[in-house]
Design a protein around this ligand. Structure first.
Ligand SMILES: Nc1ncnc2c1ncn2[C@@H]1O[C@H](COP(=O)(O)OP(=O)(O)O)[C@@H](O)[C@H]1O
Ligand SMILES: [Mg+2]
Length: 228
């Protein structure tokens, strides 16, 4: 893989305070490069979501460092983190998290409006292209409730890509899909990653699926990340 990492973790620990405290991550190193889809597999409770939350600036590490595009982003939080998320990140969650009162098309465009401006012509064209490429061309005017689970998850992927993110994070994106739709989503995910040269991390408990579609597979166990 060429170039510098878009995202890097060095010796990251996460300790959830509580009774008892939970030491979920115990020294995690990770370097994510543009154009690669990295799969993180691990049983439920192994810390996959914790790790993705740290990668996506939704939570901070207890110890260790986080670099985004080569810059130290370890302590970044609040508005600065939100701005960086909007500028560089796309997220796909297990349940598409689309806004139910808006159409699929509107769901794609809303993030641009949330950034406080109107979409440009090239952004509208890109959003239309994404819907088409992800097989949703005919469904633009449907509400999420009028789409299937697979279609909703593809819309969530389209929404994550609309802002041309450099980093894409997906947490169990096929967790509520059947086998056929899971394969379709993973293959579209891989295609998008390669075409857009985005660095992507997908957490999943489905080892077979991850093995088939990810460029690199890592396994999270005992708080450590290892090649798998
Ligand atoms: N906010 C939190 N406070 C305390 N413990 C948490 C919190 N979030 C997750 N945990 C614990 O951390 C462990 C890892 O959780 P999680 O990252 O969600 O794992 P996974 O996504 O692999 O299922 C679990 O034992 C979970 O109960
Ligand atoms: Mg999880």
């Amino acid at each position: 893989m060429n170039k510098a990492p878009v995202l890097e973790l060095q010796q990251v620990h996460k300790l959830y305070q509580g009774r008892p405290p939970v030491h979920v991550l115990k020294g995690v190193d990770l370097a994510l490069f543009p154009g690669e889809l990295v799969g993180i597999v691990g049983v439920s409770g192994s810390g996959k979501s914790t790790l993705l939350n740290i990668l996506g600036l939704l939570d901070g590490p207890t110890q260790g460092r986080l670099y985004i595009q080569g810059r130290d982003a370890t302590g970044i939080a609040g508005d600065a983190a939100a701005a960086m998320r909007r500028r560089l990140f796309g997220f796909v969650f297990q349940d598409a998290c689309l806004l139910p009162e808006f159409t699929l098309w509107e769901n794609l465009i809303i993030p641009i409006h949330l950034a406080g401006r109107s979409p440009r012509a090239d952004e509208l064209a890109w959003a239309r292209q994404l819907l088409h490429d992800l097989g949703l061309g005919e469904l633009a005017d449907r509400k999420p409730s009028e789409a299937s689970g697979g279609e909703r998850q593809r819309a969530a992927l389209a929404r994550a890509l609309v802002g041309r993110p450099r980093i894409l994070l997906a947490d169990e994106p096929t967790g509520s899909l059947d086998e056929g739709n899971s394969h379709l989503l993973f293959s579209l995910l891989r295609e998008s990653v390669e075409e857009e040269k985005v660095g992507a991390v997908v957490a999943t408990h489905d080892v077979e699926l991850a093995r088939q579609y990810c460029h690199r597979l890592l396994s999270l166990s005992g708080g450590k990340l290892a090649g798998s």
